[in-house]
Every structure is written in structure tokens, then in C-alpha cells.
Design a binder for this molecule. Structure first.
Ligand SMILES: CC(C)(COP(=O)(O)OP(=O)(O)OC[C@H]1O[C@@H](n2cnc3c(N)ncnc32)[C@H](O)[C@@H]1OP(=O)(O)O)[C@@H](O)C(=O)NCCC(=O)NCCS
Length: 246
């Protein structure tokens, strides 16, 4: 189904669009709108996952919500009202997930994704690639070199939802690994707040190992108000793939 352009391959070959094949090429200015669309879609689908699935990993929040539900019954003695409490609490979680994730999205679109050429294409040690299928951009990934610890950070991995499950993210990930090896970096690292298994399985299938995690991460766009802290928590996990000994 797909092919990956070889590292340091001929740029003319890189721009050749083979029918019915996905290939990876470097970002071009005209990809800007599609890249932002795919990124927004990938981020916004996290709202329900973070609000609903996320609670499965948060025992303190589960305990607190159960306590609030029981307290409602003790105070009101109303079975009907008590049944509503979990739904109300989950609706508030959804509201805060949506608020924080939208703030994060606004920040990202105005940070590195505002000018991909300037941020990723000009500095040495960084790059941004898109996956193209029949002339259409269907996925993206970035690599950002970090000279202080000689690692490359894999960032902004996202695939258009209509083209998932076809191995596109895996080819994008391999492109980053090739880039890191060619540039003599010692390891590729990444951090993710993804709740869905897809992202974690992807990184594990590429050979990454989970190194550490933070259960109560402060995402860009969070205000850390007491209500937000009560209704929004997000887990951040670090992954690393060692390429060579330092
Ligand atoms: C995560 C994401 C990039 C995967 O893209 P994709 O093109 O569908 O992934 P691939 O088809 O290349 O699959 C790669 C691996 O991931 C795993 N995987 C993919 N989708 C999965 C799913 N829904 N459930 C479980 N595992 C899944 C597979 O195990 C596969 O490995 P295998 O080939 O060894 O079986 C895509 O779901 C996405 O864009 N999500 C939204 C944005 C996001 O969360 N990005 C990650 C940011 S850290």
C-alpha cells in the first residue's frame, strides 16, 4: 500500500506521486492548511477520550465522584437526583477537557505550527514531513533535534482519521528514526498525553520503550484553578528509543 522515500533520496523522486501509494516527503508551504486541519482533528478527538476514558486511570477522581454521589443521596434522599450526579460530573469533566484542549490547540497553532518552515525546516537537526496519498496530505510528523542531550524529539504525529490503520504513522515514525540515525543522534524521545491505545501501540511497535510518566501533568492552556484541577487531569508519558551508546 505504501512506500517510504529513502533517506537522502533524490528530491525529484520525492516529489513523484505514485497512484495508490502513500509516500513521505518534506513539508512544503502549500501543505500548511491541510497540516493544520489534520492536527486540529487529531487533538480535538482527545476531548471525549480524556474526559471519559481518562477517568479509568484516575482512582482518586473515581473515589471523589463516588463520594459526591453518596453525599447527594444522604443529603437529598432522592434516588432520581442521585442518579443524575454521575452524569452531571461527567458532563463537567467534558466541559473542562474541551476548554483545556482547545486552549492547548490555540497555543500549538500559534507556536511551532504557525510557521513550520521557520521552526522545523530552517534549523539543522529539525525537519517536518507529510505523508501524501494521491496528491493529498494524509499525515504529518516533526523531528526536533536537541543538542544538549544529543536526542531528537518526535513531535506532531497525526494521521487523517479516514486513512488510519494502513501503516502510515509507522512509515512517518521510521522517517524520524532514519533522520536521527543519519544525523548521529543517540536517541529519539517523545512525550504523549494520548489516552487512546493507538498512539502507545504505535510507539511500542516502532521499538520505543516507556521511560517515565507524570499522572498530573500541566498542559499548556491549563489555568490550574481549583475546579479545573478537580475536573481535568491528564497523564503524560515519556518514550525513548536508544539508537546507539553515547
Ligand atoms: C496514533 C495515530 C498517529 C496512528 O496512525 P495510523 O496511521 O492509524 O497507525 P498505523 O496504521 O501506522 O499503525 C501503527 C501501529 O499502531 C497500532 N495501532 C494503530 N491504530 C490502533 C488502534 N486503533 N488500536 C490499537 N493499536 C493501533 C498498531 O499496533 C500498529 O502496529 P502494527 O503494524 O505492528 O500492528 C493516529 O491514530 C492518530 O493520528 N491519532 C490522533 C493523533 C494522535 O493521537 N497522535 C499521537 C500523538 S502522541
Amino acid at each position: 500500500m505504501w512506500t517510504s522515500s529513502a533517506p537522502l533520496s533524490n528530491p525529484i523522486e520525492d516529489n513523484y506521486v505514485k497512484k495508490d501509494a502513500v509516500f513521505i516527503r518534506e513539508f512544503e508551504r502549500t501543505d500548511h492548511v491541510e497540516v493544520r486541519r489534520i492536527f486540529c482533528e487529531g487533538i480535538m478527538e482527545r476531548v471525549p477520550h480524556t474526559a471519559y476514558r481518562g477517568i479509568l486511570h484516575q482512582t482518586q477522581t473515581q473515589f471523589l465522584f463516588a463520594l459526591l454521589t453518596i453525599t447527594c443521596f444522604v443529603v437529598t434522599k432522592s434516588f432520581a437526583l442521585t442518579c443524575c450526579v454521575p452524569f452531571i460530573l461527567m458532563a463537567v469533566r467534558y466541559y473542562y477537557s474541551s476548554k483545556v484542549i482547545r486552549n492547548y490547540l490555540d497555543w500549538a497553532l500559534n507556536a511551532d505550527l504557525a510557521d513550520i518552515e521557520e521552526y522545523y525546516m530552517k534549523p539543522t537537526g529539525s525537519c517536518f514531513w507529510v505523508a501524501v496519498l494521491e496528491g493529498q496530505v494524509v499525515g504529518m510528523v516533526a523531528a526536533q533535534g536537541r543538542e544538549d542531550d544529543n536526542t531528537v524529539e518526535l513531535r506532531r504525529m497525526s494521521v487523517d482519521s479516514r486513512f488510519r490503520g494502513k501503516g502510515i504513522a509507522k512509515v512517518l515514525g521510521r522517517r524520524v528514526l532514519e533522520f536521527a540515525m543519519l544525523n548521529n543522534y543517540a536517541a529519539v524521545v517523545l512525550g504523549t498525553t494520548a489516552v487512546k491505545m493507538a498512539a502507545h501501540k504505535l510507539y511500542e511497535s516502532l521499538g520505543f520503550r516507556r521511560t517515565s510518566g507524570c499522572e498530573d501533568y500541566t498542559l499548556r492552556g491549563m489555568s490550574r484553578s481549583p475546579l479545573e484541577r478537580l475536573f481535568f487531569q491528564i497523564r503524560y508519558q515519556h518514550y525513548r528509543l536508544q539508537l546507539r551508546e553515547e
